[in-house]
Write a protein that binds this ligand. Structure first.
Ligand SMILES: [Zn+2]
Length: 221
């Protein structure tokens, strides 16, 4: 059965983004990057080298990857008005880089920091705020907590990703993999070498198995 998979990367750009773009390019695959405003506009992961951060996103756009909005600061919890302001500011930042890239944005998907959270069974109030901005949340079928992994964990992560796409294909489901090519500057920093290695392993398996990538959300791709 044909497997369809979407690779989605949150929190970028970061120090692993370039290697990831190389891996994707070598395989002829495209992905969706839910970019974080702070890592694009302030680039703390690159000692404030904003030109380097922008160049990564320009490359991303010109290669046909899709960029998404993951807010400016990754703050949680957040007031409704602040979330609206962050979504709007991030849209502006993405539009600005797209102009530099000479690429027209074909819709900008949205993903909440930390995803949809259920607190005591109540729906995440941020969903209603996003919906009020005309934004649906792009969820995932599997999150591998790759931000907790060390450089030597790539093979294990790759195996888990492959198993997930295979399991989805077996029941005719699209796989939407949630991964991270950067971070928020907290305990685990920004670099994601295991994620880059695991992506290469998945892409190699996809070639053998005949799985095909898609950009999330599928309706836009
Ligand atoms: Zn995130």
């Amino acid at each position: 059965m044909a497997g369809l998979y979407a690779l989605t990367y949150d929190d970028g750009p970061g120090p692993s983004t370039e290697a990831l773009l190389d891996v994707l390019e070598a395989a002829g695959a495209r992905a969706t990057f839910f970019l974080l405003g702070r890592n694009l506009c302030e680039a703390p992961w690159a000692d404030g080298d904003v030109a380097r951060a922008r160049a990564l996103v320009v490359r991303m756009l010109r290669a046909g990857h899709r960029v998404g909005n993951h807010t400016m600061t990754h703050r949680f919890p957040i007031e409704a008005g602040e979330l609206v302001a962050e979504i709007t500011a991030m849209d502006g930042a993405l539009a600005d880089v797209a102009r530099e890239a000479g690429v027209a944005l074909d819709g900008v998907p949205f993903r909440l920091p930390y995803g949809v959270r259920l607190e005591a069974g109540a729906m995440d109030p941020r969903l209603a705020v996003a919906a009020g901005q005309g934004r649906a949340h792009v969820h995932w079928s599997a999150d591998f907590e790759d931000w907790t992994l060390a450089a030597g964990d790539g093979a294990r992560l790759g195996g888990e990703m492959i198993a997930h796409v295979r399991a989805c294909a077996a029941v005719g489901r699209d796989a939407v993999l949630d991964l991270h090519d950067s971070g928020t500057g907290g305990r685990w920093g920004y670099a994601r070498p295991a994620t880059v290695e695991a992506t290469a392993l998945l892409l190699a398996e996809a070639r053998v198995a005949g799985w095909r990538w898609f950009l999330a959300p599928r309706a836009g791709g």
